[in-house]
Ligand binder design. Structure first.
Ligand code: 5GP
Ligand code: MN
Length: 343
């Protein structure tokens, strides 16, 4: 068992034990880790005899809808009054899988205004949220992996409830592309070993997450790979851009573009990839890299965003054509990428 929480344990259990109205909030556009860590902690708190309330700022993607207890998550954009009422009435708010309050979307102001105790559990570098207890561990693959170890340490042994492990494993595989990138190490895989020894059905979860898409999504993937992929070899970079009309053509459903940002990285020599998706009034930006190249810094400097070294995101205010030429301009200024090309 890894000892993370010598530093957190006592405070964490005091905070949760002395709280009666616990609210958990994950980030806007929740991914598998945001949802997995929230559902996992929800299950653990139930086991400890605590009912909690889960809130997501907006909708949960289709590929995560199979998860147990997902229907208990309050979707704040659909039920803002209900979400805010819970936040204002809570005595403990646990924020999961984000490092900046803006990631809580429209809930941010209410969280800041609430007088509840606040805990942040996260693995993104450089947290900038004022909380009573900051559990920030960038060495972990996922917030879910952190939850697995924190709860294990609170219990004195890993918590291996089936529903809990499914949620945790979902967070771990979605943040590491099924253990192909991201921050994971031997400890992560040892955690997986513990889960497998305790009956985790990994194939069922892999199937639910990776082989659960629509025909339209497969065709959209083919289309963008063929028609919307730009190679900028001189910068060891490639990008995919998707227009609103492309999404309409393939009857886009939330989640259909999940994973597309990784497609260009399969090409030899490409160390950075970008995905640009046209939204109303702005472009959503996703960035991925291999090795040392830090897309977190790029997202923060040019796209009002952030994330991790090898996976980050943000936004561009403007139209797609402007965004693409802006991106090329940005690349021109990055010596590191040109050196990779020649080096
Ligand atoms: P994705 O490209 O999958 O949307 O996001 C990749 C990573 O970047 C995630 O870890 C996410 O937390 C972070 N990220 C994505 N969009 C934003 C953003 O607008 N702001 C910040 N700070 N981080 C983001
Ligand atoms: Mn995460």
């Amino acid at each position: 068992m890894r000892k993370i929480s010598g530093k957190y344990n006592k405070l964490l259990s005091e905070l949760t034990d002395s709280s009666d109205n616990i609210v958990m909030v994950c980030h806007h556009n929740p991914d598998g880790d945001a949802i997995g860590s929230m559902l996992g902690l929800y299950r653990y708190l139930q086991y400890r005899g605590k009912e909690s309330v889960m809130i997501s700022p907006n909708h949960v993607q289709e590929f995560l809808r199979w998860m147990i207890n997902i229907d208990s998550v309050i979707i704040a954009c659909d039920e803002p009054g209900r979400a805010v009422k819970h936040i204002m009435g809570s005595d403990l708010i646990i924020m999961l899988d984000f490092n900046h309050i803006d990631r809580a979307g429209a809930l941010a102001d209410h969280i800041l205004a609430s007088s509840a105790g606040k805990i942040l559990i996260d693995h993104h570098p450089g947290p900038e949220i004022n909380v009573d207890l900051l559990i920030s561990e960038p060495g972990y693959s996922s917030t879910a992996e952190l939850i697995f170890n924190l709860t294990g340490e609170l219990e004195g042994n890993y918590f291996t409830d089936g529903v809990f492990m499914e949620a945790v494993y979902t967070g771990m595989i979605t943040d590491t592309g099924n253990f192909s990138f991201g921050t994971y190490n031997g400890d992560t895989l040892r955690d997986v070993a513990v889960m497998l020894d305790n009956g985790l059905d990994k194939d069922r979860i892999t199937d639910r997450i990776y082989d659960n898409f629509s025909v339209n999504r497969l065709r959209l993937r083919g289309f963008v790979t063929y028609e919307r992929l730009i190679f900028l070899e001189q910068y060891c970079t490639a990008c995919i851009y998707i227009r609103r009309s492309d999404l309409d053509r393939f009857n886009y459903r939330v989640g259909d573009t999940e994973g597309f940002v990784n497609i260009p990285l399969s090409v030899k020599g490409i160390i950075m990839s970008a995905l640009f998706i046209e939204k109303e009034g702005h472009i959503k930006v996703s960035l991925r890299s291999k090795g040392d190249f830090n897309v977190n810094k790029l997202a923060a400097a040019y796209f009002s965003g952030g994330g991790h070294k090898n996976a980050a995101g943000g936004r561009y205010e403007g139209n797609m054509d402007e965004c693409l030429s802006f991106f090329e301009k940005v690349l021109e200024g990055i010596d590191e990428l040109q050196q990779k090309n020649t080096g």
